[in-house]
Design a protein around this ligand. Sequence first.
Ligand code: ADP
Length: 620
Amino acid sequence: MKKQKLSALLLAAVMATGIIAGCSSTSSSTSVATETSSTAQSSTSVVANTSAEDLTVDVLVIGAGGAGMSAAMQAVQDGATNVLIIEKMPITGGNTVRATGGINAAETKLQEEMGIEDSVELFVSDTMTGGKEMNDEELVTVMAENSSDAIDWLIDLGADIGDVGMSGGASVKRIHRPEDGSAIGPVVLSTLSENLEANNVPILLETTAKHIVLDDNGAVSAVEVEGPDGDYTIYCTAVVLATGGFGASQEMVVKYNENYAGFSTTNHSGATGDGIVMAEEVGAALVDIEQIQTHPTVNPDTSTMYTEGVRGDGAILVNVNGERFVNEMETRDVVSAAILAQPEEYCWLVFDETVRGNVAAIETYISAGLVEEADTVAGLAEKIGVDAATLEATISSYSGYVSAGEDADFGRNTDSMVTDFTTPNYYAAKCVPAIHHTMGGVKINTETQVLNDAGEAIPGLFAAGEVTGGVHGGNRIGGNAVTDIVVFGRIAGTSAEEYVLANGGNTESTIVVETQQDAVPEVQGDYTDGVYTGTGKGNNGDITVEVVVEGGNIVSITLVEHAETVGIYEAAEKAVVNEIIRTQTVDGIDVVAGATNSSNGIMQAVTAALADAQAADAAA
Ligand code: ADP
């Protein structure tokens, strides 16, 4: 395999860990990569290629979410020496950073310690039932068989996963999660990030894969990319496509299933289905592409998703009349459909202090002002405009079911009936279903090889995670996304490295990052963690954004609502949002030519949201 010289590749660190935006990229942060100095690597592996020179690697992973990072890490553990991850956003993490609930796994040591009886067969059967039997059973079986090992792998790499709970669609306690109640996505990502960093695996941010290039034999030979400073080519032996789903692309959502036109989304703005388009260009087959999942409990104004754990740990759903209407632990499609069948097509997620104490994520919802609170059920009813007597009656009969150990109305699994609602305060959060997961995608086999319409593998092309289809069939059950990305990400890493060994072997990495952390002053945000919304004036009306602050840093900015002209606001969104995340401030950001009003509107909206983040800081 040919290998080009990188005599003066300019690299600038932009962040120190995988999920938190950090440093500015300036010329003072230069470092030089050479072919020979690979031993001089320092710890920061998240870099930006500020030159537009071509690169050559053995394994190119496209997408720095959970699947891509798992693939890269496993490839390195299998002996790969020249692995590169590219990521189009200014931060890593993708949708994975938003995964809150946990990771499903069967026959694990933790389950055994806790006396939970589970089996691979039961996990397969729950997943197939949840997926309406449309899933590829072979893929599901591989996922279930490797799930316990995935937990051990994550724990060995340093992840805190010490608890097991109930989740919708599972017959037994199977969802593995951090013991301190933290969200699973950030835990998995920071664990993988640290290990990738320790192994000097570079991640090029703001680098978008555009096209996969095949050679004359139809095997992968390169990927054309667009970096911050222009287009270039990354030559490679194997590609792992880990670009996630298309839940943030209204255009693709409507193209594949027009029933979801106009739905809001829980997805990060990079979930635009690029990998599906690129794979199709080189002949990949798609599977179940019209299967799109809504998450039932999403705030209608901010698109904040209330994790399934809130229901798993005891919350109930009531409609605008104050009545329960569904088994809250049913699969997402069933609960979503039930909500849409209620008057006014929304509902309330209702819980008490016991549930609040059990689910750490609830604090974020409360601090973002998304939850109504009262010290009595009647007081809560008044706050949410529901008939107090009906809500009291609903809660009293549910409380009776908890004592009796049987939900006489909807047959809810008693393991999830954790509270009898006798512990004030009482809380309610408004919910609607929103697009959450795209089950369909690129067709793969159990080795994650991407298949064409004839069922043949495209040599050198592997895919894992939400970009693929088949694992979840017609409906993904809660906790299976993280299992999917870790299990199949790891398989993709192994398959890609095996392919490299069979096609020329490993080469030395040419990408070297020197003393990045010393050279580059970190730009850290100084905000209070939470989810904030703000509104600004765009070209055609109001623009509302949701700003997520984690670890003091702005980690995502999502446009919740706007009336801007398609094709114009996207340019503003991409540039302005990326720049704000990169610099952690709205100050000094340039408007995008041709989209001045949209740019200003986004900046105004973010400023308004950040005012709350700072006000919260001042109050704290
Ligand atoms: P998964 O759960 O399958 O890992 P995620 O959404 O967590 O999916 O991660 C996918 C990542 O891929 C995201 O960070 C996204 O920004 C990135 N990505 C999507 N398209 C491209 C592209 N064309 N080039 C580089 N990165 C991409």
